[in-house]
Ligand binder design. Structure first.
Ligand code: FAD
Length: 454
């Protein structure tokens, strides 16, 4: 048995962030990952990260081999590709990164700060004593030898697999299961292409419910002759994203662009695209990143939020370990801080996600064509501001003509719910006593959001 102040499960973007911070405060941190050290960070991903995350976290921008391209915004295509939204602005600047090199940088930062890495070691479950998580049970991948790692606090940063969170008893009051409607399964390839996309500093997102039910497909430029191209579908659609990517993207919609292209790497993964878990703390326990559903529900970006969650968690854990026991009550400020910052935006965007997933390609085409939401307002919403609708007399006439006036009403009700969801999160209870009632309030908003879906 080995003892540490904090055991962090998973050396991804969230785990390395929390380990680096806590180690730099002088705590003994063990970072456990089932990957071998040199493969940490090597994850199937869209490889796009917003610049604002680096600014907010005081993290140096990617450079050298870690940086593959500077991005100045996103183009969103309607299903018929007749309308393109240009979402461009300072808030949308970002980087296409080499995921492995970026992950290795974060790992090095954590190790340089003093964290201990136990790589090639799979965590199989929590050690629970007296209602507290006191450590984890792990197995060395090569020898299958069992290791017990004890810690005052265990942080589950194991990504969507949530090695610890999914095995917690109900008394911890942390959700252990994620609905299939709230999970995206995506397949992506890095492809060598013969020509550079026409606007290589813009990431392209294509909405098309036939090709990507409940999700979207993307083409993100990497080098001049490589792109990151992928497609995600909601798990409950039971569709195979690789098959759809080949059928619709390579062989139909973008056949000319992908003719004579070849895959360099392909792979898939899951993304939890829903509001964050209502509570991410328990006695001796914190969960962050994908394991806590800390992902933007609209575009599935989770690198930034995992680092935001890691930073908040480290700051509160360090205070608690200096002053008292890491009980659920003492760790509660992690919930408050996350919800009042990124969590509020994420929760309101989840209302929007549920609404979008319930539309048809026709409604998306018309909604975008008549700019019921303007390009600049999409940018504002993605930055966490209120959703402004652009319903004019002209659009009202057009939608009445289509017999879809009701749709405009539903859109208006959705925009109000989005505001309501955000306000509820900003009113997150300051202690666990208020949690059951708060959870009910959120649940009611989401029941209403689901009732807006046709
Ligand atoms: C196809 C795809 C495209 C994406 N595109 C983007 C994008 O462009 N931009 C963006 O911001 N986000 C994107 N995401 C989401 C992003 O990858 C995640 O949100 C982000 O990596 C979450 O970080 P994390 O630290 O929570 O988890 P991860 O980065 O997944 O790290 C978890 C770590 O835990 C380890 N681990 C897991 N289980 C165990 C265990 N039992 N024992 C020990 N170790 C374990 C894993 O090896 C891994 O190193 C994408 C995801 C997918 C699947």
């Amino acid at each position: 048995m080995q003892k540490f102040d904090v055991v962090v499960v998973g050396a991804g973007t969230g785990g390395c962030t929390v380990a680096k911070k806590l180690s730099s405060y002088g705590f003994g941190v063990c970072l456990v990952d089932y990957k071998a050290k040199g493969s940490i960070g090597d994850k199937v991903c869209g490889d796009a990260v917003g610049k604002h995350h680096f600014d907010d976290l005081g993290l140096a921008y990617p450079s050298g081999d870690e940086l593959e391209r500077l991005i100045s915004g996103v183009k969103i295509y309607s299903p018929d590709m007749e309308t393109i939204f240009y979402i461009i602005g300072e808030g949308l600047h970002g980087f296409m990164i080499n995921r492995r090199i970026f992950g290795q940088r974060l790992l090095k930062d954590a190790l340089d700060a003093g964290a201990t890495l136990l790589d090639s070691t799979k965590v199989v479950g929590p050690i629970i004593e007296d209602g507290y998580v006191r450590g984890v049970i792990a197995k060395a991948i090569d020898s299958n030898e069992t290791v017990e790692l004890k810690g005052e606090v265990v942080v589950d940063a194991s990504g969507v697999s949530s090695a610890i969170r999914s095995k917690l008893p109900p008394q911890m009051e942390i959700e252990t299961k994620i609905d299939r409607e709230d999970l995206i399964i995506a397949y992506r390839e890095i492809r060598k292409v013969k020509e550079t996309p026409p606007e290589p500093d813009l990431c392209e997102i294509y909405l098309n419910l036939e090709a990507a039910p409940g999700g979207y497909y993307w083409i993100f430029p990497k080098s001049d002759t490589t792109v990151n191209v992928g497609l995600g579908v909601v798990v409950s659609s039971l569709q195979n994203p690789k098959e759809l990517l080949y059928r619709y993207v390579f062989q139909r919609f973008h056949k000319r662009f992908f003719d004579d292209s070849s895959p360099i790497h392909g792979g898939g993964g899951f993304v939890p695209t829903r509001r964050p878990l209502g509570s991410i703390v328990g006695n001796g326990f914190v969960v962050i990143g994908d394991a806590a559903c800390h992902v933007n529900p609209i575009h599935g970006g989770g690198i930034g939020p995992s680092m935001v969650g890691g930073t908040i968690a480290a700051d509160v854990i360090s205070k608690v370990l200096e002053e008292s026991r890491p009980s659920r009550e003492e760790l509660w400020p992690i919930n408050v801080k996350y919800m009042q910052s990124y969590g509020a935006k994420q929760t309101s965007l989840d209302v929007f996600r549920i609404f979008l997933q319930g539309l048809t390609d026709d409604l998306l085409n018309y909604g975008m064509k008549y700019r019921l939401i303007k390009d600049e307002d999409v940018l504002k919403v993605s930055l966490g501001e209120e959703l402004h609708l652009n319903i004019t007399e002209v659009t009202r006439r057009i939608f009445r003509g289509m017999g879809r006036l009701q749709f405009l009403n539903r859109l208006r009700r959705m925009a109000n719910l989005l505001k309501e969801a955000k306000a509820i999160c900003q009113d997150y209870p300051v202690s666990p006593e208020g949690f059951p009632e708060w959870r009910m309030r959120v649940q009611r908003v989401f029941e209403r959001a689901k009732s807006l879906v046709e």
